[in-house]
Design a protein around this ligand. Structure first.
Ligand code: NAD
Length: 471
């Protein structure tokens, strides 16, 4: 069984102990992840701190390394994707897509031209400009649902901007990130990229380290709030990409046969373990039954299975806690009178599987509707007045994504603009354009990831005033 090591200062290290990582489809051990000690977290941050000045001074070396990282990922895409499938559960064709997306992200930043200095004044007496400087050591903390792309979306811009990084993956899916560290060991100079693994305690040691200047975090609202509070004492910069409870509004003119498949995948891709998956579906009452029928038909023919089985459409939930949470939310919904149209149960056999579940008969006030469930369950809620649907969609502490489904594009756009969501779609959900800043309103986050706004988070401004000698 393979043991996966930490990457600290350009060297692979065993941890203070080995944590077993289970395949969520079989509950068998996939491999062992080294868990970092406090001393190793310190060593990783110190290594990043020591590497910072040299790395920040050499933009060309940064571009070259990022381009090399892209090609190393492409060369190793099969082994990396298989490991993601085995520890996270998603079908291989999607994890191959994840690795391809990560390679493309490294490539994008290898060729990215950061905006130059803004000149405020430039004459015989004075030159004044606004420039950007990297921050120093960045702590990158990631969740378990899409482990490699979510990390690379942080790494590539942070490194391009001249920062050094200490990354910490989720304790549920650490192996692919540790393998990534092994693959990139010689791509970056020692100390520029470090990877420590472990649970929330290791995350806390890393994020509270005095030499960390920026925390870039993707994960739950609860952990995000803790990090925000913890960062205050040291005024560390932070970017928070947190949970969502996305609403989709299907208007009375929508073409159900045409949109059912896209709606289904908007809710169920990765077994619903997507921050901006559709988690509440509001439908005009005239289309309620046809929509339920179409979604149930699609749910019932969905093939559940191991991620490495080519027939599989949906894998399991990634860990037992998540499965138990989804089961508890569905049981609570039943108590509140929910009608379960498909699924609703864990199938027989090993693994954390849960059949795609279409639910109706519940609304606001029931946890399955109010909270982020992060699983393969979709409550469908009829409305008669679109104003009421907009109000319900916005009556949430979350504000990550939202979509409107209609044949009337102008009306769809007008409604989408009124939804409290950092990502708003018409007749689609999930698609993120390259270069788009991804960020959530309200509890769904702080700051942006991706695009120029996301890139700028990895630097501070410096106003440089130069007095020219009078000759
Ligand atoms: P989580 O908050 O439990 O864990 C995320 C990471 O934080 C893990 O690496 C964990 O070990 C670490 N951590 C836990 N406690 C910590 C602490 N006190 N200090 C520092 N680090 C700590 O989240 P999760 O369950 O792994 O991920 C699922 C959540 O992530 C969902 O809410 C989902 O919506 C969200 N998510 C958001 C986005 C986005 O882009 N907005 C993307 C993917 C997932």
């Amino acid at each position: 069984m393979t043991h996966y090591a930490l990457l600290i200062d350009g060297q692979l290290h065993p941890g203070k102990q080995d944590d077993e990582v289970l395949d969520p489809a079989t509950e068998q051990v996939v491999g062992y992840a080294a868990r970092a000690s406090q001393a190793q977290v310190d060593a990783a941050v110190n290594a990043a701190h020591n590497a910072f000045t040299g790395w920040a001074a050499n933009p060309q070396a940064r571009r070259t390394a990022l381009a090399l990282a892209a090609s190393v990922l492409r060369e190793n895409s099969q082994s990396l994707a298989e490991l993601i499938s085995r520890e996270q559960g998603r079908p291989l064709r999607f994890t191959l897509g994840e690795v391809a997306g990560a390679a493309a992200t490294f490539d994008y930043y290898a060729h990215f031209e950061a905006p130059g200095a803004e000149i405020l004044r430039d004459d015989e007496q004075r030159r004044a400009s606004i420039e950007r400087r990297p921050l120093g050591v960045v702590a990158a903390i990631t969740p378990w649902n899409v482990p490699i792309i979510l990390l690379v979306l942080k790494l590539a811009p942070a490194l391009h901007a001249g920062n050094t990084v200490v990354a910490k993956p989720s304790e549920h899916t650490p192996l692919s990130t540790l393998l990534l560290g092994q693959l990139l060991k010689d791509v970056f100079p020692a100390g520029v990229l470090n990877i420590v693994a472990g649970d929330g305690e290791v995350g806390e040691q890393l994020s509270s380290h005095p030499l960390v200047r920026h925390i870039t975090f993707t994960g739950s609202v609860a952990t995000g709030k803790r990090l925000y509070a913890g960062a205050a004492s040291d005024l560390k910069r932070l970017t928070l990409e947190l949970g969502g409870n996305d609403a989709a509004l299907v208007l009375e003119d929508a073409d159900i046969p045409a949109i059912a498949e896209t709606l289904f995948w908007g809710a169920f891709w990765n077994s619903g373990q997507v921050c901006f998956a559709i988690k509440r579906l509001y439908v005009h009452e005239s289309l309620f039954q046809p929509l339920i029928d179409a979604l149930v038909a699609r749910a019932e023919k969905t093939r559940l299975g191991h991620g490495l089985d080519a027939q599989t459409e949906l894998g399991p939930l990634t860990n037992r806690q998540q499965l138990e949470r989804v089961k508890a939310l569905v049981a609570d919904a039943r108590k509140h009178g929910a009608v379960i149209h498909s699924g609703g149960d864990q199938p027989e056999g090993p693994g954390y599987f849960f059949a795609p579940t279409i639910v109706s008969g519940i609304g606001a006030g029931v946890a399955l509707v109010d909270e982020e469930q992060f699983g393969p369950v979709l409550p469908v809620i009829p409305f008669s007045d679109v104003e009421d649907a907009i109000r319900q969609a916005n009556a949430s502490p979350y504000g990550l994504g939202a979509s409107v489904w209609t044949r009337d594009i102008a009306r769809g756009e007008a409604i989408a603009r009124r939804l409290d969501a950092g990502l708003a779609w018409v007749n689609q959900h999930l698609e993120v354009q390259p270069g788009a800043p991804k960020g959530g309103y309200k509890w769904s986050g702080l700051g942006y990831e991706g695009g120029l706004r996301g890139y700028e988070a990895f630097s501070d401004l410096q106003v440089l005033n130069v007095a020219r000698p009078v000759v």
